[in-house]
Design a protein around this ligand. Structure first.
Ligand code: 4HU
Length: 443
């Protein structure tokens, strides 16, 4: 059976009980390629980051949602040649279903909105923090997983929604001490691209693919961009005009080029007006080259960048008014953003120093008093005090070292002399102050 299983590749190691053939091999203690463990110091930073994501989302009145990490592969199959598709972490499960580890959260969110149908009233304002996956050759040594914070507004057609989303990210940055001199947002609209393609009668069906190609500007040589654009039947003129327009960095210039009637201009003007009213004008700038790499965006797109140019895009998002209808749902307008946990923590200087915190360490000096020490710990915990209980008889020197390592505020010593009097010794570790106290007064 074991050999059969091995041949069909169907057995997981958990299915085949150890046999005399198994030898205790040293397992690889590192996590799978491209993935991370979160030991305490990393987990504290991650919890701090996610706590800020959550608090900002709730400040904006959003409700938290989540979805399975595993989704049907079909949810992510789009024909626009996106990198996210090339790197899909997909496989066939034991029921011969094509499945994938989600590379992003937006399609799952769209799926849940459609599933909920009329049972949820619009506008929907949901946020999620979820692990997303990609599978790429490790030659590039890049991660295969990261956690993404998403906020989405479903059912609001005008740019007040995008303005609100950008405001939420800026609120997050300001909370963690990042200012508009550290980070900015480049903002554009895919309707700019749409207008140019319309003028050259490029079919709508090619829109997503053209956007994905344009997103590779500054990532691959310009000649390759031109070659790829010509491969989707863009004429020389169309390519030149497109690249011209994409270099525009001011709305006035854009108006000169496209005329004042295009919808893109109206959206962008309104967004900048709203930014003024929110008070975050100094955080955003128009940049026509911003298209983002996901095929489904249809309108305003934006990305957060570090002004020193050291980091990759910190976050990004935009309007995706067609996604729900492509999944068979109603034609409901939508916009959202994704904010990965990897780029921002690479800037360690922006991250706080987070040490472990525990209020008490409790120990007994005499191993016959171990159970008494447990009762003291239980009493403190009932009062909401955190306690690290020393679980075996240790010399006081050892206890002091551990107290320092776990950053305990108070040392509670259960000693026989004091215990006889119904008391324990307390030492405030920051000041060195020491006193005895009745056990039933301890809190
Ligand atoms: O940003 C694209 C992406 C998707 C999934 C996982 C990772 Br790491 N990066």
């Amino acid at each position: 059976a074991e050999l059969d299983n091995a041949r069909t590749g169907r057995s997981c190691s958990l299915d085949s009980p150890p046999t005399h053939l198994d030898v205790t091999q040293k397992i690889d203690v590192n996590p799978p390629k491209g993935t991370r463990d979160f030991p305490p110091e990393e987990m504290r930073l991650r919890n701090w980051l996610f706590q800020n994501f959550r608090e900002v989302s709730q400040l904006f009145g959003f409700e938290e949602v989540d979805f399975p990490v595993l989704e049907s592969e079909a949810l992510f199959i789009r024909k626009a040649g996106e990198e996210i598709r090339d790197q899909l972490y997909c496989f066939e499960d034991r029921g011969n279903r094509r499945v994938a580890l989600r590379p992003e959260l937006t399609p799952s969110l769209a799926r849940l909105v459609i599933q909920k149908g009329k049972s949820v009233s619009l506008p929907i304002k949901w946020f999620a923090i979820g692990q997303c996956w990609r599978y790429e050759r490790m030659t590039r040594g890049r991660r295969r997983e990261h956690y993404q914070w998403n906020m989405d507004i479903i059912g609001v057609p005008n740019v007040t929604a995008e303005a609100e989303l950008i405001s939420s990210i800026i609120t997050f940055f300001k909370r963690i001490g990042i200012t508009s001199s550290d980070v900015g947002f480049k903002v554009s609209s895919r309707k700019v691209l749409q207008e140019v393609l319309r003028r050259y009668s490029i079919p709508e069906s090619l829109f997503g693919r053209v956007c994905v190609i344009i997103d590779k500007l500054e990532k691959i040589p310009i000649d390759d961009i031109k070659k790829e654009l010509k491969s989707v039947e863009l004429s020389e003129d169309a390519v030149e005009e497109l690249l011209q327009i994409l270099s525009v960095k001011s709305l006035t210039k854009l108006e000169e080029k496209l005329g004042s009637s295009v919808e893109a201009l109206a959206d962008l003007k309104q967004l900048f007006l709203l930014a003024e009213k929110y008070g975050y004008s100094d955080w955003i700038q128009f940049d026509a080259s911003i298209v983002r790499g996901l095929a489904y965006y249809t309108g305003i797109v934006f990305e957060g960048f570090d002004r020193e140019g050291k980091l990759r895009a910190i976050c990004g998002g935009g309007r995706y008014d067609r996604l729900l209808s492509t999944f068979g749902g109603d034609d409901i307008p939508a916009c959202g953003f994704g904010f990965g946990d990897a780029v921002i923590v690479e800037e360690r200087g922006l991250m706080p120093e987070l040490s472990p915190q525990v209020q008490n360490i409790v120990c007994s000096l005499d191993q016959d008093l171990q159970s008494e020490a447990s009762s003291v710990a239980a009493r403190l915990r009932e009062k909401g005090q955190s306690v690290d209980l020393v679980l075996e008889s240790k010399p006081l020197k050892w206890v002091f070292k551990r107290a320092a390592r776990i950053n305990a505020q108070r040392l509670i010593i259960v000693g026989s002399t004091e215990w006889q009097k119904g008391m324990v010794s307390v030492k405030i570790l920051s000041s060195g102050e020491q006193y005895e106290i009745k056990i039933d007064e301890l809190e």
